[in-house]
Write a protein that binds this ligand. Structure first.
Ligand code: UDP
Ligand code: MG
Length: 325
């Protein structure tokens, strides 16, 4: 290998003061050993993206940067923009200064030791290396069940994502530059990266429990994330509605024949319960279908406004580059 290439880590942080120092320490050790092995350049950096935290997170990031400016950088977002936007803010800030970039959560759930393998796969010519969980032993039954159903449901609904892969992945500079052309406001990086293409592979790792602090993804957020993923990547729900409408029309044709026959034989007084039931059923179905269509219209509304997906208040880096978007 010629001279080693520059790796940037992008770590989104939202109220992570309990775990951040530990994460920084472990990443620092990992970077030092990768540099000693000449796998990555000494210009490599760890970038923490503060996603509008209300705790000490940004203070800690500033401290880390001051203590070690040639290793730790920080991006402070002007307000909480959500995990996906925070990751994108990091990626778009580093896309021109790195050769490869790895995104990882701040809570040490992703295995830091997988980074070596990811970097080696990059040198083998892969532009994207997906970190895939090999086991979910540390998850509760509920989390495991909901998360695995999420991937299966996404697939059935036509949004193809890598099974059991979250946002722990390596991407090359080339992929980041192509990703910059995806202008959508409703971000779902797991669906977007496979769309970029290029040679890719998977590495398997065991996901740990959160080292400290609480999850910022309760069930409600996870459900809305799933709905966002499906409606951003597939129009299958709309097609299902059309199919349902067709089935209902055929069914109503037979219902009409049935009603006609009963009337002919003079049993019409029996019809009350079936009328009430079908009114409720059809009413419910119509509302549900309207809701799905509304979901898409809401998205179009958000997309046409083209509001910025994140706003960077400050970029702490030893190159002293300030950026605003
Ligand atoms: N996060 C963020 N903005 C948010 C919510 C979460 O940047 O609005 C970060 C969080 O700090 C963490 C990562 O996204 O680094 C994943 O969140 P979390 O670990 O809470 O999710 P879980 O692993 O429980 O699904
Ligand atoms: Mg987590």
């Amino acid at each position: 290998m010629d001279s080693p290439e520059i790796l940037y880590m992008v770590v989104p942080c939202y109220n992570e003061h309990e775990v951040l120092r530990q994460t920084a320490e472990q990443l620092k050790n990992k970077f030092n050993s990768l540099m000693a092995e000449k796998l990555i350049s000494s210009k490599s950096r760890i970038v923490f993206v503060n996603d509008g935290s209300s705790d000490q997170t940004w203070l800690i990031i500033k401290e880390l940067h001051q203590a070690c400016p040639n290793l730790f950088s920080g991006i402070d977002l002007a307000h909480n923009s959500g995990h996906q936007n925070a990751v994108l803010a990091g990626l778009m800030t580093v896309k021109d200064i790195c050769d490869m970039c790895i995104t990882m959560d701040a809570d040490l759930q992703d295995d830091i030791n997988t980074i070596d393998e990811m970097v080696k796969k990059y040198y083998e010519g892969n532009h994207v290396v997906y970190g895939v969980r090999s086991a979910r032993e540390t998850d509760t039954f509920f989390k495991k069940f909901t998360a695995e159903s999420f991937y299966k449901f996404m697939k059935v609904m036509g949004a193809d994502v890598v099974y059991n892969h979250a946002d722990f992945r390596l991407m090359s500079k080339r992929v980041l530059q192509e990703l910059a052309n995806f202008k959508e406001v409703n971000l779902f990086l797991r669906g977007m990266v496979p769309l970029v293409g290029f040679q890719n592979c998977k590495v398997y790792y065991e996901r740990h429990e959160r080292a400290a602090g609480k999850s910022k993804y309760p069930l409600k957020k996870m459900l809305s994330f799933a709905v966002n993923g499906i409606t951003s990547f597939s129009t299958k729900p709309l097609k299902l509605i059309t199919a349902l409408g067709l089935i209902m029309s055929v069914a109503s044709f037979f219902a009409f024949i049935w009603a006609f026959i009963t009337k002919f034989f003079g049993y019409t007084e029996l019809g009350w319960s079936s009328t009430i039931c079908s009114i409720w059923l059809i009413g419910g179905l119509q509302l549900f279908c309207l809701g799905i269509i509304g979901e898409y219209i809401g998205k179009i509304y958000a997309e046409v406004k083209q509001r910025p997906r994140y706003i960077i208040a400050e970029f702490l880096s030893d190159t002293n580059k300030k950026e605003e978007k």
